[in-house]
Design a protein around this ligand. Structure first.
Ligand SMILES: [Ca+2]
Ligand SMILES: [Ca+2]
Length: 390
């Protein structure tokens, strides 16, 4: 969809004004920007932070801080789990599974169990091969054992993508626990196969909801149907690369659209987000996919981007370190080479900032001290700290 010239010029004025603002309230004239696919990027020079390089990793994919934030676990796509230490060397964590590395696949997400302080349990996702030339993402839990030679013990697979299919794209395999610690949510991509996102006999193109041991909660919306259908929380998703709960306990996801149409959605039980029947993007070969407004029975995104920014990573921010950022969602961008901030305003999201890093951002995390840390993409991927400007 072509952006009307009048909307774009309004967007540029908003972007120019937002650099110096410290207000949580979005000006009324952001409405046209929020309702369009547009969001101009702002140079880093005007950002309320400086960017500090901390360390480098080989194709880092995801990270999570350990309690107190002096250490972090970082996955590398080719199959390593690293323990980064602020006051010590970065160490390899032993005992990790073999991963099917290639295309978009390999090691995926890493998160802490809600009871990590007592149990040491972590959750990991990765890609495993199936029969023939097929692949699928899996999720496992294990105990993290710290020390000079850190390792994981008792790795147990608790979930698998079903069915395994050919190709090495759109695994998603992003993980998030509900704030009450009772439910594990998994983003499961449609594996570049389109129709599985609407197929209730496949758990591809879905967000699934499990108990921490991988069993299906009795109150899942399709629990009575059994099989992988019982796992499904929401459907019609494409390639989910970020899940985050906000302070109200609501789940948000971002997902890559096809050619255009990247989305941020408010995730609701039983809701159908419409892919591949509708998208504000279109097929890469130029064939049309009807836009969301043509089929109001599907849940429309709260925000969307066209051209694509290629979202990666999503966190909810509630700190005070960067003025005016309280109650925001922060999302990395791969092709968009930057960081997107979205202010939450009730059920509305605003395109509040888009900072131009000139580097593909793969992952976003918040440390206990309220500072934001990023991973850049690629074989010389960087761990970056956003140091607030005084
Ligand atoms: Ca993370
Ligand atoms: Ca379309």
């Amino acid at each position: 969809m072509k952006t009307p010239a009048i909307a774009l010029s309004a967007a540029m004025i908003v972007a120019a004004c937002s650099a110096g603002t410290t207000s949580n309230a979005a000006p009324a004239d952001t409405a046209s920007l929020d309702a369009s696919g547009a969001q101009p990027a702002t140079p880093l020079a005007s950002a309320p932070f400086a960017v500090q390089e901390i360390a480098r990793f080989n194709e880092p994919w995801a990270m999570t801080f350990l309690p107190r934030g002096k250490q972090a676990l970082i996955t590398e796509k080719s199959g390593k789990l690293k323990l980064w230490q602020e006051d010590g060397p970065t160490l390899d964590v032993a005992g990790v599974p073999a991963v099917a590395y290639g295309g978009q696949g390999g090691f995926g997400d890493v998160i802490l169990a809600p009871d990590f302080a007592a149990s040491g349990t972590i959750y990991l996702s990765w890609v495993e091969p199936g029969s023939g030339d097929t692949f699928g993402a899996v999720v496992g839990k294990a105990k993290f054992v710290p020390g000079a030679a850190p390792r994981i013990d008792g790795l147990q697979i608790i979930w698998k993508q079903d069915p395994k299919v050919t190709g090495r794209g759109h695994f998603s395999h992003r993980l998030a626990f509900s704030p009450d610690g009772q439910y594990l949510f998994i983003g499961s991509g449609e594996r570049q196969k389109f129709d599985p996102a609407q197929d209730m006999k496949a758990n591809l193109g879905k967000i699934v909801r499990l108990k921490p041991d991988g069993s299906v909660p009795a109150d899942n919306p399709f629990a009575s149907e059994g099989g992988v259908t019982a796992q499904i929380w929401s459907l019609g998703h494409r390639n989910i690369l970020g899940l985050a709960f906000d302070g109200s306990g609501r789940l948000w996801n971002q997902e890559m659209g096809p050619k255009g149409g990247d989305e941020v959605n408010l995730v609701e039980a039983k809701a159908n987000y419409g892919y591949p029947i509708v998208s504000n993007g279109d097929h890469y070969d130029g064939r049309d996919i009807p836009n969301h407004p043509t089929r109001p029975e599907f849940q429309a995104p709260k925000l969307w981007w066209n051209p694509s920014v290629s979202p990666a990573g999503l966190v909810w921010y509630d700190g005070d370190v960067y003025p005016g950022w309280k109650n925001s969602l922060l999302m990395g961008a791969l092709s968009g080479e930057g960081l997107v901030r979205m202010q939450i305003d009730g059920d509305t999201l605003h395109k509040s900032d888009r900072w131009d890093f000139g580097q593909r951002i793969r992952e976003v995390e918040v440390r206990e001290d309220g500072t934001i840390w990023l991973l850049t993409d690629g074989t010389d991927g960087k761990l970056l700290k956003l140091v607030p400007k005084g």
